[in-house]
Design a protein around this ligand. Sequence first.
Ligand code: IPE
Ligand code: IPE
Ligand code: MG
Length: 249
Amino acid sequence: MTGDNEDRNCPVPSHVGIIMDGNGRWAAARGMPRGFGHKAGVDAVRKTVRAAAELGIQHVTLYAFSSENWARPAQEVRDLLGLMKLFITRDLAELCANGVRIRVIGDRQGLSADILGLVETAEIRSRDNSKLNLNIAFNYGGRDEIRRAFVKLAAQVVEQGLDPASISEADIGAALDTGAQPDPDLLIRTSGEMRLSNFMLWQAAYSEFVFLPCMWPDFDKSWLEQAIDEYSSRTRRYGGVHDAKDVAL
Ligand code: IPE
Ligand code: IPE
Ligand code: MG
């Protein structure tokens, strides 16, 4: 189904990051508890992964639980952790069958042994898949990720005699959880909020941002296509000039 993109004037983004927001408001609008929205949000995750593969997107990063989300009521945190476990348990076989490679980014030290075990199993079982790279950002914060990269590099300075002045942007990028993966081309946030909330702070330097009004449980392939169409209409300049016409102006 990659032919879906043939009529687009710009290549499909290689890496799409998604801030999946609005589960609580979606549930509240239906007179239901927030956990109901999170459950519906998992169905939207399934649809999105399938749609991304159909559209030929190579890398998808989903923001599932931030390092700040521990501040939520204990029951909600339990619901979110439970859904993560359920998602891996129920969906791993199908994701593997569809060629999806799963990686979890974020601080693992804050995760319980049962979640860690599932995460490691998912990563190991899916590591030879190459149709779609799926990063799940869980217990993830952009500042914390950069802090942990600093710690790694500082250890190399102390233990391996790395010259601090030699540390390049590429070295810092490689020390992040996303390692060698390309930066996100397109960042989508649902629910109408227009902020990063600590998502991919380093990697988003030149990402295109698309903010959608829909709540996350309502997100589907047509919203993804709408975001990609918007992305396709943008001119990425990376600080330079686009073409000779720009220079003449
Ligand atoms: C996104 O929905 C899911 C997570 C942050 C885990 P929210 O739970 O933030 O929903 P709203 O923003 O309160 O509606
Ligand atoms: C960002 O959403 C985190 C995730 C989507 C996992 P939040 O709902 O936590 O962000 P804020 O609090 O509105 O900034
Ligand atoms: Mg929110």
